[in-house]
Design a protein around this ligand. Structure first.
Ligand SMILES: [Zn+2]
Ligand SMILES: [Zn+2]
Length: 341
């Protein structure tokens, strides 16, 4: 019996009788992070890092949930369970399960760069490593965050000088807060769409703070938007909400902006390459740091990445899951919140 089985409901741990990031309702679920493709509705009881819980409650309503600290040791039917920083978004965790000689680490989504907001990624030794591969192609190589942010600040300042509003289309959980905590708030006022505001409030319950962000309510005078920076989910662009920002310029912030043509497809004037996922080099160094004898590759370019790992002499397999990666990030969602990833 393997410690982890890949089932139609999700990753299952038979000895502990619990699932990790299941996509169908189950009795007990360990959750790597609060993004919607990993944290779904309908579980009997949830366990996640304590910073994830307020966001999960905001999105899923009243759920039975247990908050855990990084490194805290749980024991379930003889299986040792612990959560370790994944560096993806606030509260994101890699989940480690140990039973006998087998140690599994399920990484969820992760990135190696310290973004100054999420607890930085910590490599965990294991025998079996389940990794994402959202950007598992050699063409994906991120610039350091401070360089991307300095480009973004420059774009904003130039728009301000022309009396324009700068609208950044970005995911409401993770990326928006990362931008809020690293932009130069000396350039002008910063406003956020309701979807970002609600997420900020949930994160404030977990101890984070976003002092520069003002909720863009209807009471805010239109004149204040000239020269301001506004953060909103991509779906806001197609709604009447955006009209009051006129005249404005738009930008998208996503790992997919590294691909030619994507900027135009999303109707943004500018694209900033900023991802909460590991790039090619980071995926490789993360896998190496685990020392794992068997690698399982999930969402993204899983076939390419597992072929590559095999060519390097590692044992690697692709696993089909319902995780979506950043591919879903910029898609407009029906509920207007764009919260699929
Ligand atoms: Zn995620
Ligand atoms: Zn994911």
């Amino acid at each position: 019996m393997a410690l982890i089985e890949f089932t139609e409901k999700g990753l299952y741990c038979p000895p502990a009788d619990l699932y990790i990031d299941p996509w169908r309702p189950v009795r007990r679920a360990l959750i790597t992070h609060a993004h919607a493709d990993h944290s779904r509705w309908g579980m009997g009881v949830y366990a996640a890092h304590r910073h994830s819980i307020p966001v999960m409650r905001h999105r899923l309503g009243s759920i039975e949930a247990v908050g855990v600290d990084y490194g805290e040791k749980l024991r379930v039917n003889g299986v040792d369970v612990s959560f370790h920083p994944a560096g993806h978004i606030p509260g994101s965790a890699q989940i480690r399960l140990k039973f006998g000689k087998e140690i599994w680490v399920i990484s969820g989504d992760y990135k190696l760069e310290d973004d100054g907001l999420a607890e930085p990624f910590a490599p965990v030794k294991c025998t079996h490593f389940v990794t994402e591969s959202t950007f598992g192609l050699p063409i994906y190589r991120w610039q350091p965050q401070h360089e991307v942010m300095s480009d973004l600040n420059g774009w904003w300042a130039a728009n301000r000088d022309y009396g324009l509003c700068s609208l950044v289309l970005t995911y409401a959980l993770g990326k928006a807060q990362r931008i809020l905590s690293s932009i130069d708030a000396g350039i002008g006022e910063v406003f956020v769409h309701g979807a970002v505001h609600q997420t900020n409030l949930a994160l404030e319950h977990a101890g984070y703070s976003f002092p520069h962000a003002r909720y863009l309510t209807s009471e805010i005078d239109k004149s204040r938007l000239r020269g301001a920076l506004v953060l909103a989910p991509p779906s806001a662009l197609g709604s009447p909400w955006v009209n009051r920002l006129k005249p404005y310029r738009t930008a998208s912030a996503s790992g997919w902006m590294a691909l030619r043509g994507n900027r135009r497809r999303r109707n943004a004037d500018r694209g900033f390459v900023l991802s909460d996922h590991a790039d090619w080099e980071s995926l490789n160094s993360a896998v190496e740091a685990t020392g794992a004898e068997h690698i399982f590759v999930t969402h993204g370019y899983s076939d390419v990445f597992s072929d590559w790992l095999r060519a390097k002499g590692l044992r690697a397999d692709t696993v089909k899951t319902a995780f979506e990666g950043e591919s879903a990030e910029m898609k407009p969602a029906r509920n207007g919140e764009n919260d699929s990833e």
